[in-house]
Design a protein around this ligand. Structure first.
Ligand SMILES: [Zn+2]
Length: 266
């Protein structure tokens, strides 16, 4: 049985048209608000998951290094992930595992930070950092659509420290804690599910279903590299949740970070 807590690491703006792809604004604006520039506020909701033996962090937010270079995204209210971890009673050194859904900067920037001298440091120095092999290959050899989403300073120090663990198939990482691979948004995205204390399955779909509004099958972000794979991934995840007592935590939803009942018609 696992306990968990959402860690709200900050917010940024993404263009609503890009977030909802081919869906017209008159439809998506009923489910997700935007400002006068068409900007939608997106959250970065990481999850801390722990039991008696393991303390696992799911994604790490954008972090606090080089955010100025990303001014287009208008990041705001960003929190230091180590402060948020400490608030839950854990030191950064106690984190045993970091599962990175994928390596876009808004999900893994918090893996490293710069100290006062400007040296890059690993935020969770004792943690195994889990990434899919296909996503790692993508990170090293990015395609034209994703190249601006990857920053080598985020995860390369982790690899150099011998803390990177690659997965290439669905696995039960620990009892009651599973990792599955999904394509669509990017290659080999890791989706985590675990059994919480209340016998509930908690699912962290990350950018396979970034917000509650994206539960609708065809509501696919224009950022996704393979929309038809995104569609298939979404149908598969939703099918898996039908028969179970499931709740979902949405990484990017600033308004509905967690839902406990999944309407199969959505
Ligand atoms: Zn994202």
């Amino acid at each position: 049985m696992w306990q968990y807590q959402i860690l709200e690491t900050g917010f940024f703006y993404a263009d609503g048209g890009a977030m909802f792809g081919a869906i017209p604004k008159r439809a998506w604006s009923r489910k997700y608000p935007s400002d006068e520039q068409n900007g939608c506020v997106l959250a970065m909701n990481c999850l801390l998951v722990w039991n008696n033996e393991k303390v696992v962090l799911l994604d790490t937010g954008v972090g606090n290094k080089d955010v100025g270079k990303l001014s287009y995204y208008r990041f705001f209210d960003t929190e230091n992930i180590t402060d948020l971890v400490r608030k839950q009673g854990f030191e950064p050194e106690q984190i045993t595992d970091v599962v990175l859904s994928h390596l876009h900067f808004d999900h893994c920037g918090g893996c490293t930070y710069k100290d006062e001298k400007g040296n890059l440091k690993i935020t969770f120095p004792n943690a195994n950092h889990w990434v899919s092999a296909s996503q790692w290959n993508n990170y090293l050899h990015p395609n034209a659509l994703e190249k601006d989403s990857f920053r080598l300073q985020d995860v390369m120090p982790v690899k150099e420290a011998g803390l990177l663990q690659l997965v290439d198939t669905d696995i039960e990482l620990y009892p009651g804690f599973n990792i599955s691979l999904y394509d669509g948004h990017t290659a080999g995205q890791l989706v985590v599910s675990f059994i919480s204390e209340k016998e509930q399955t908690v699912l962290f779909p990350s950018d396979v279903i970034p917000t509650k509004a994206h539960l609708s099958n065809e509501w696919i972000s224009a950022y996704d590299t393979h929309p038809l794979k995104s569609l298939a991934a979404k149908i598969k995840i939703k099918k898996e949740t039908e028969s179970k007592n499931t709740c979902m935590v949405f990484y990017h939803d600033a308004y509905h970070p967690r839902i406990t009942r999944i309407n199969p018609k959505e």
